[in-house]
Design a protein around this ligand. Sequence first.
Ligand code: KMH
Ligand code: ZN
Length: 277
Amino acid sequence: MTADRTLITVAPTGAEALKAAVPALPVTLDELVAAARECRAAGAAVIHVHIRDDQAAPSLDVGRLTDTVHALREATDLIIQLSTGGAVTDSFGRRLAVLDAGPDACSLTCGSANFGDEIFANPWPFIRELYTRTQQLGVVPEFELFDLGHAATLHRLLADLGPPHGGHVHCDLVLGVPGGMPGDAATLTAAVAALPAGATWSATGVGRAALPVMLAALAAGGHLRVGLEDTTSFARGRPAAGNAELVRRAAALAELAQRPAMAPGAARALLAIPGRS
Ligand code: KMH
Ligand code: ZN
């Protein structure tokens, strides 16, 4: 059944863009909190968080992540999803330790992928260990799929280790990474057909795939992820002014599709993430 509202996730920072090249990128805690507030007002319900260190380089420092979770909770009612993908250079151990920062949710990528000139490594034993830890710690995973084969791994994971914490399966389809699924409507349709029965999904188009994927996802009844992690442009040759501009456009398109943006409370119900006490 198609949801009557659209869940919008903002991915404001990522691990790849350079602050020097993208001045609007939120890299300090203050910048991240300000972006989170603006994106909440623009229609986001979930924030997918990567943090940076004092030199604006990607960081998985658990103390810094914990402070970030607290600050975002203080400032907004967004669902806080920490990235366990990190940067391609991060070790599995550091990526597992992200859960110790106490987020509501985390990303969990269901397989390795070519990632530009690099490899984003997610071997099966790591996926199993990360998933088991989410179950033990009560963190709700969002299953990230960069390729069609990742859907097969998701089926295998659920068959082997049972349902996620909360019981609901939600996926994010990432299209348009050089080396991953291409960002077009036919591939999106194939990926959606490969998901487990009852799963909900959002889609993310990277770079120039942002708009085609967003429009195809709305047409197919899915949810959306946008943000400077995925695309730093608003239009060809025109850098995005910031994350809120990208969220505002997603919310406007969702409104046009007659499935307006979902508030965080409804998103918590959809994703089976308990409210804050
Ligand atoms: N930065 C990419 C290598 C995630 O956040 O879980 C991985 C990534 C996925 O962004
Ligand atoms: Zn990410």
